[in-house]
Design a protein around this ligand. Structure first.
Ligand SMILES: *Cc1c(COP(=O)(O)O)cnc(C)c1O
Length: 432
């Protein structure tokens, strides 16, 4: 498979190059050059074959012979090494729990897959030591740090905004030992992001070290997110239409689901559920793409007003708004509504969700007012412990802490603090 740039000013490139570059030279997002269609026979057999084989059959079309079969199987097994339960919450409503991975959010899947690909490609890429440089608003940092824990000769450098991520998220970033350099930035996520961008275009830095991004737009993070839509479908026992509600921020996760549908997976409809950063629900309604300033919410991993991946969704639907509307609904919810829902689900269904997942549930309920003869599946993107303070405040009771988190909560935070780009540059140049 070759990858084209959605800015159309860079030529087609290999999977390997697309993974290493992250973004195309013309700053466009990479997109598979050819459409992939799975055979009817394969779709019908999904319910009877094992998870690894399902994932292999899907992803091999996007990688071709760039990773040998036995290696690719190994990568897949490392990526889906945790359980992905589909839990019935109420009549026709299921939660697809993607938070049982090492850092308790769905980003573990993409981060692990990408780390394994880079590990395979690194020797033919550069003789310099690779540093993965990433800015995080919360969940990406921990997932990337953990994803690279077995690829010891790749360094990871994570920038996070001081005081703007949860305590558990901070522990996941700052307690990994020496291969991860955690950098606390005096400022917000946008500042972290702009420093990362500056480092990538800084010639002096790039002469000395090989920088790679682990941004969520990287094809090696985006594509494996298809896995869980297929694995969820495998678990469904009836033939009702399937509708997925995906709590969305940068729209990578939902875009992977839409790609899965375009390949032939029987999904009837998608719901983009957002917080008040509602650019896409407004776009679907009015046809006008008009991002507002980003607003901070309790579902902070979705505080995105100009979602990078939406252009990929437009591409899948040939930029046809009517087609988009036929396949995708969008609803947004404020913090108040989110809190009420967490409380209500906990009280009446004994089901505890994080703020993001609660928004997924809300979007599904809203859609089902007009269409309830379906399997409604909302994606639970993170464990509630990651947002402990917010959630405990809402339910007035303690969130049970998984053992994996208990262990890191007692560890000492190790990080450096910086205010501006010059300090970041100094840190990067010192390290090789
Ligand atoms: C990243 C994240 C999201 C948003 O996912 P996108 O792919 O960016 O739309 C939702 N919930 C949680 C918990 C996340 O970490």
């Amino acid at each position: 498979m070759k990858y084209i740039s959605l800015n159309h000013n860079s030529g087609p490139t290999s999977f390997k190059k697309a993974v290493i570059n992250g973004l195309a030279p013309d700053k466009g997002l990479y997109f598979p050059q050819e459409e992939v269609k799975l055979s009817k026979g394969f779709i019908e057999s999904i319910k009877n074959i094992d998870d690894t084989e399902i994932c292999y059959e899907i992803i091999k079309e996007f990688i071709g012979d760039e990773i040998p079969k036995n290696k690719l199987i190994e990568v897949i097994n490392n990526t889906i090494s945790f359980k992905i339960p589909l839990k019935k919450i109420e009549k026709s409503i299921y939660s697809l729990e993607l938070f049982h991975g090492p850092t308790l959010a769905f980003k573990d899947v993409g981060a692990k897959f990408m780390a394994s690909c880079l590990d395979i490609f690194k020797d033919s890429y550069t003789s310099k030591k690779i540093t993965v440089l990433v800015a995080t608003s919360g969940d990406t940092g921990g997932a990337v740090a953990r994803g690279f824990s077995d690829t010891k000769d790749i360094n990871v450098c994570i920038l996070y905004p001081k005081g703007k991520i949860s305590k558990v998220q901070e522990k996941q970033i700052t307690t990994n030992g020496s291969y991860v350099q955690a950098i606390e930035v005096e400022g917000d996520f946008d500042l972290c992001q702009s420093m990362v961008k500056r480092a990538f275009s800084d010639e002096e830095v790039n002469r000395k070290i090989a920088l790679t991004s682990a941004n969520s737009i990287n094809v090696a993070r985006w594509l494996p997110q298809m896995f869980y839509f297929f694995l969820a479908y495998k678990k469904i026992k009836n033939t009702k239409r399937n509708v997925f509600s995906v709590p969305s921020g940068n729209f990578g996760n939902i875009c992977a689901g839409i790609l899965a549908k375009s390949m032939g997976l029987p999904i009837d409809h998608f719901i983009a559920s957002t917080n008040i950063n509602d650019t896409i629900p407004r776009y679907i309604k009015d046809g006008i793409f008009e991002p507002n300033d980003t607003q901070a919410t309790i579902s902070n991993a979705m505080d995105v007003s100009d979602p990078s991946n939406f252009i990929r969704i437009q591409k899948i639907f040939n930029n046809d708004l009517q087609k988009i509307r036929k396949n995708l609904s969008g609803y947004s919810f404020n913090d108040q509504k989110t809190k009420e829902t967490i409380k209500e689900l906990y009280k009446s269904k004994k089901y505890l969700t994080c703020p993001h997942s609660a928004i997924g549930y809300l979007g599904l309920k809203e859609y089902m007012v007009n269409d309830d003869k379906i399997n409604g599946i909302f994606i639970s993107t993170a464990h509630s412990i990651k947002f402990k303070d917010v959630v405990e405040d809402i339910i007035n009771s303690e969130v049970k802490c998984p053992n994996s988190i208990k262990n890191i909560l007692n560890r000492e935070n190790e990080h450096q603090s910086i205010e501006g780009y010059d300090e970041l540059k100094e840190i990067l140049l010192k390290r090789d």
